[in-house]
Design a protein. Structure first.
Lengths: 310, 217
């Protein structure tokens, strides 16, 4: 599939080298991203994605409440204005896909949108219909990325997704899990199936993915989307009343969300993280993680120690 | 983990109420009718009350869950069968077979039933407001699951003789759903209906046990 060939050994050597070189260099911005924003290439392609995307679990599920829909539109508008690209959702998120579609209709410039959703049904035969419904809800002609949600009937759905990709109706395909569940099965699918992306949970306290999934993604040339970067809100609650370390300035972090996000996206196998928020000011904080310096391997270890001791 | 926040839940309930108005008045009138019939007792009243209870569960399954709540909670499609099946069981047991006769008496069971009825009518609709949300999102008996559950348990508590166990299982499931929602959304005041529901179920089981024991000579 992909020609990207970052092996586990290369990855580990790279992380070590970063410690020597004093930090991960900021990737050059993609052509259509504002200058100075950190992006990373989808493995095996020239296409670059902004390091911070947007999730929509709970946050965009506001039903038919017009005031809340307008407010979420402002959140998404801020996301694009600040250089965002990847928006991730799922049919499981109830009204979130429709609210994203509502917002996209009202945002003047969403040209950077990288539309990512999922197929979530036990029946393979229902997959195509669900994807068509998702296109209608979002108001897009095709999705950039379609993922099998929580590995549900992945055998059947991957067959459908490959056919859709071959026919040009999808650009990339992938699988997802979250909360650290079913990593062994993720590993099996990532190893044995032709995929473009894998999505799973990784954050400064949930680092199980470092052992197998992240190195495997690098070895197989898969893009990695990281969900639950803040353990929903738990991580923020844990740290919000504590001071940022003075050395956070060395990696241009002005607040905790940036600190936590920079830890995630500084892992070289990560393509982007997808924090979710209901607030414009929180979106501004999150997107700030896409600028400035990223931590090197030594600083990453220091970040872990600091947060674990809080 | 639920896919919505408390803010979205109460906003949804307010929209639901706005969409249904003035059905709330009719639902309340029908529920009051059931209470009056229970005061009178009798087989015909039992069939009528059973039909009214079944209508409430049918509405909660077919209209509340499948037509409305699914907008913000995709799992509502799995809750709906619980309510639809309970409606069928009430119809079969109480209307078709006539096995339910209700009698509201001034005794301890009647007293607890009145507490459940008042909670369903008055307290449950105010819970969101107590929690700082708009009264527009008030839950109405017959149209919304929590007060419908409490109202049903109140009447099953005053059913003469033993209340059939097959009418208690799905209310227990509904108690679980309500408790899970209160817990996951961290809304302690919304724990009141499932807590009272659990007490109501326990009281019904205690009544059944007493009804099975032979009278002392």
């Amino acid at each position: 599939m992909s020609s990207f060939s970052l092996s586990r050994r290369t990855l580990l050597a790279g992380l070590g080298g970063l410690a020597l070189s004093g930090g991960l260099a900021s990737s050059p911005a993609r052509a259509d991203a504002p200058d100075g924003l950190l992006t990373r290439a989808i493995p095996g392609t020239e296409e670059r994605l902004p390091l911070i995307g947007m999730g929509s679990w709970i946050t965009f599920n506001v039903g038919n409440d017009e005031a809340l829909r307008r407010q979420r539109t402002e959140v998404l508008r801020a996301f694009f204005e600040l250089g965002g690209g990847v928006v991730d959702s799922s049919p499981m998120y109830s009204s979130s896909p429709k609210v994203i579609g509502y917002a996209l209709q009202r945002i003047e410039d969403s040209s950077r949108l990288f539309a990512a959703t999922k197929v979530w049904t036990p029946l393979q035969a229902m997959g195509e219909e669900q994807m068509a419904e998702s296109r209608e809800n979002w108001g897009v002609e095709r999705f950039d990325l379609m993922q099998v949600h929580n590995l549900l009937n992945w055998e059947g759905h991957l067959e459908t997704l490959r056919a859709e990709k071959d026919a040009g109706r999808l650009r990339y395909i992938g699988i997802t899990t979250s909360h650290g569940r079913r990593h062994a099965e993720m590993e099996e699918v990532m190893t044995g199936q032709p995929l473009d992306f894998a999505q799973f949970t990784y954050n400064i306290l949930d680092r199980e993915a470092e052992a197998r999934l992240l190195p495997l993604a690098a070895e197989k040339g898969l893009g990695v989307i990281v969900n639950r970067p803040f353990q929903r809100k738990e991580l923020i609650r844990k740290v919000q009343d504590k001071p940022l370390p003075e050395w956070a300035g060395e990696i241009d972090c002005a607040n905790w969300p940036q600190f936590l996000l920079k830890f995630i996206v500084s892992h070289p196998a990560v393509t982007c993280a997808i924090p979710a928020t209901t607030r414009v000011d929180h979106m501004v904080e999150n997107m700030g993680a896409m600028t400035g310096r990223l931590p090197d391997a030594e600083l990453r270890r220091r970040m872990i120690r600091y947060v674990e001791e809080l | 983990m639920l896919p919505y926040t408390p803010e979205v839940l109460y906003s949804f309930l307010a929209q639901y109420n706005a969409a249904l108005w003035p059905w709330q008045a009719l639902a309340a009138a029908l529920a009051l009718t059931a209470v009056v019939l229970a005061l009178r007792g009798g087989a015909a009243g039992g069939r009528a009350i059973s039909a009214l209870l079944a209508a409430g569960w049918l509405w909660c399954g077919a209209v509340f869950h499948l037509q409305h709540f699914e907008t913000i909670n995709i799992f509502a499609q799995y809750f709906a069968p619980v309510f639809l099946l309970q409606a069928l069981l009430l119809l079969w047991t109480g209307v078709l077979r006539g096995h339910l006769v209700f009698n509201l008496r001034p005794d301890i069971l009647g007293g607890f039933a009145v507490v459940l009825i008042l909670t369903a009518f008055i307290l449950t609709p105010l819970l969101g407001w107590f929690g700082g949300y708009n009264i527009d999102g008030a839950a109405v008996v017959g149209l919304t699951p929590a007060p419908t559950l409490l109202f049903t348990l109140a009447l099953l508590l005053i059913a003469e003789g033993r209340t059939p166990l097959h009418l208690l299982f799905l209310p227990l499931v509904a108690v679980g759903i309500g408790a899970a929602e209160a817990w996951l959304l961290r809304l302690p005041w919304e724990a009141l209906p499932p807590l009272l529901g659990l007490l109501g179920l326990a009281a019904i089981l205690a009544k059944n046990r007493r009804a099975r024991q032979p009278a002392a000579s």
